[in-house]
Design a protein around this ligand. Structure first.
Ligand SMILES: Nc1ncnc2c1ncn2[C@@H]1O[C@H](COP(=O)(O)OP(=O)(O)OP(=O)(O)O)[C@@H](O)[C@H]1O
Length: 591
């Protein structure tokens, strides 16, 4: 590593400063150091650095003062904050204040090197044998074949890039059934024409464009289970370049210019700059995974893998092996070493979808992996360092899950450093037309249909009356079917085949009256209940039904809670209580 990167180290303890300096000088960096906030700011004022490493507690202030100074001036230095052991709130505060990453005291020098390298978008220099830190340091130079767990525990031999090089070059080469990943399916990444590899398990090649929604939703079920992993290898691009020539990035695929989507896009750009964990919250099909991919695409991790895991689909007894990998002989059937999700995502992003479905025992193991930044494969003696950015998503109210004792508070705290809510489609119906147009274009192109059929005005109006409980995914499915049915250059109401029962009545008062009936216990038509798929989580499902009914009533009565509540047979107090429970806020109108 050359001295073209200049770093500033801020710590008031001379011994620690020397330790950090020695470590960084050995990496080939140019360095300055300071012992106080004042000295640090004076240095920052006089020159630019690539990264700043600062202790949290300083004699004349805190590391946050340095962060704020950098933030206020829009400076490009990446900041790493060193916090005291046992003060996760400091770490969270630092990440929220714009730190790239944090380290906890006593600082593990292996992690230190890894975090600094990651902040600079580099791979740490291999350790010399004389180094005291060499024991478990990653050694990129050792990258070779696809053997997933070299005896040294080095991560690089199992790193995606080396693994990828072991895959046949042709994207059409099928994976042999024997080596088929247990839960792998090809990525929907539009930027990933290259073949993918999941650990030592070759994945099917990523297609050039998203498969039809019904296909992408279907996990590849193999003898081991029904969970779904999606891995994508992004084409290596110059840092900071968002748009790839040809296939579009996830950020570009995220259509919609509603205020809500603009805000989501802004947040994506912002959080992509750091390592802060992000929790994506939203109903099924709203685009949480697409947002996660967009964060990865915009970040410096883009050339590295993006691994998406559906936590809810993995059998409980396989969770640990799937997350952390296992060693040959660790249990019956473990005939070879295998990587887990963490190793597969090395250097990149791990997206844990439906995180709320993880059982408590696995939550503890995940928390430990996040704290230690290392994982121990089942049956292995040594830990392996991992450099993975974690994004997670849920449709559940995780805070309520914590209250109910079903989700660990400390894990929630770690995952929820930054929260992005992806709103349901019905709350941003202005996005309907552009999303429909884009989806139609994609589906038609995939199917080789030319010219791309257009939605008629009546078709669009009919879609506008539909409430889309399945959100954008449902819209995609609907348009997919419509395209097949229409066979012409336009898609009209009849082609959409919208379920009449689920269309919002044009006369909203009637709809609210129906709602009142439901609230008073009038049963739903037997056909509607009989046909609906059984919910896997009844409480959440009923909450969602209740929320939608409340929102409809509120919309009809222009946010007048008394009137909306009365139409549902509820007092204002009951209405307030239910709104608070379901997280419905009217903003300033709440008071
Ligand atoms: N704003 C959008 N513009 C275009 N396509 C979108 C948008 N949002 C979502 N999609 C598409 O809708 C489908 C569902 O999105 P995605 O899988 O990201 O949803 P999700 O919230 O993660 O769903 P689940 O919670 O069920 O996993 C995907 O094919 C995605 O590409």
């Amino acid at each position: 590593m050359s001295a073209d990167s200049r770093l500033l180290v801020v710590d008031d303890e001379p011994d620690l400063r020397t330790l950090y300096e020695m470590t960084l000088l050995r990496e080939g960096f140019a360095l300055d150091s300071a012992g106080t906030v004042e000295d640090a700011l004076a240095l920052l004022d006089s020159k630019r650095y690539d990264a700043v490493i600062t202790d949290m507690r300083l004699p004349d202030g805190t590391g946050l003062d340095v962060l704020r100074w950098l933030e206020q001036r829009g400076r490009s230095e990446r900041a790493i904050v060193i916090t005291a052991y046992g003060s996760p709130e400091n770490a969270v505060e630092a990440l929220k204040a714009g730190a790239y990453d944090y380290l906890t005291k006593p600082v593990d020098l292996r992690q230190f090197r890894m975090v600094v390298a990651s902040a600079l978008g580099r791979v740490p220099r291999p350790e010399s044998s004389a180094s005291t830190m060499a024991a478990r340091a990653p050694s990129p130079g050792s990258a070779g074949g696809p053997a997933p767990f070299p005896a040294t525990g080095a991560v690089s031999a199992a790193s995606p890039s080396s693994a990828a090089s072991a895959v046949p070059a042709s994207p059409s080469s099928p994976a042999s059934p024997a080596s088929q990943p247990s839960y792998a399916s090809a990525s929907a990444s539009a930027t990933a024409p290259a073949p993918t590899m999941f650990g030592n398990r070759p994945l099917s090649p990523a297609p050039l464009a998203s498969p039809p929604p019904h296909e992408s939703d279907a996990p590849t079920v193999t003898p081991m289970g029904a969970a779904m992993v999606e891995a994508s290898r992004k084409a290596a691009l110059p840092r900071g370049r968002v748009a790839a020539a040809g296939p579009v990035s996830a950020l570009e695929r995220l259509v919609g210019d509603s205020a809500a989507m603009r805000q989501v896009r802004q947040l994506i750009e912002k959080v992509a700059r750091s390592m802060a964990p992000v929790l994506l919250n939203g109903e099924s099909g709203t685009g949480k995974e697409l947002v996660a991919r967009a964060i990865h695409d915009v970040s410096a991790r883009r050339p590295q893998p993006f691994i998406a895991v559906n936590c809810g689909a993995i059998p409980e007894q396989l969770l640990e092996a799937e997350f952390f990998g296992y060693r040959k002989g660790a249990f019956t059937g473990a005939t070879e070493d295998r990587e887990g999700f963490f190793q597969a995502a090395q250097g990149g992003t791990l997206f844990l979808d439906e995180i709320g479905d993880l059982p408590l025992a696995m939550q503890s193991k995940l928390l430990r992996a996040l704290q230690e930044r290392s994982v121990r494969p089942v049956g292995a003696v040594a830990e392996m360092p991992v450099n993975v950015r974690l994004l997670s998503a849920t449709h559940k109210d995780l805070a309520a899950e914590v209250m109910a004792g079903r989700f660990r508070q400390d894990l929630y705290y770690r995952l929820n450093v930054i929260q992005i809510r992806v709103p349901p489609l019905r709350e941003r119906m202005e996005d309907l037309a552009p999303i429909s147009a884009r989806v139609l274009e994609r589906i038609a192109t995939d199917a080789g249909v030319e010219p791309v059929p257009q939605l008629t005005a009546q078709g669009l109006a009919a879609l506008g009356r539909y409430s889309f409980p399945g959100n954008v995914r449902e819209l995609e499915n609907l348009l997919h079917r419509a395209l097949a049915l229409s066979g012409g250059e336009t898609i009209d109401v009849a082609d959409l085949d919208l379920p009449e029962a689920l269309l919002e009545a044009e006369e909203v008062p009637e709809a609210v009256t129906d709602t009142a009936d439901l609230a008073q216990g009038v049963p739903l038509p037997a056909e509607a209940l009989g046909q609906a798929p059984l919910p896997s989580d009844l409480a959440t499902y009923l909450d969602e039904v209740e929320k939608r009914l409340l929102l409809r009533a509120l919309e009809h009565y222009r946010n007048n809670r008394t009137a909306a509540g009365a139409s549902l047979g509820l007092s204002l107090r009951q209405m307030r209580y239910r709104m608070a429970r379901l997280g419905i806020s009217l903003g300033a109108d709440d008071n």
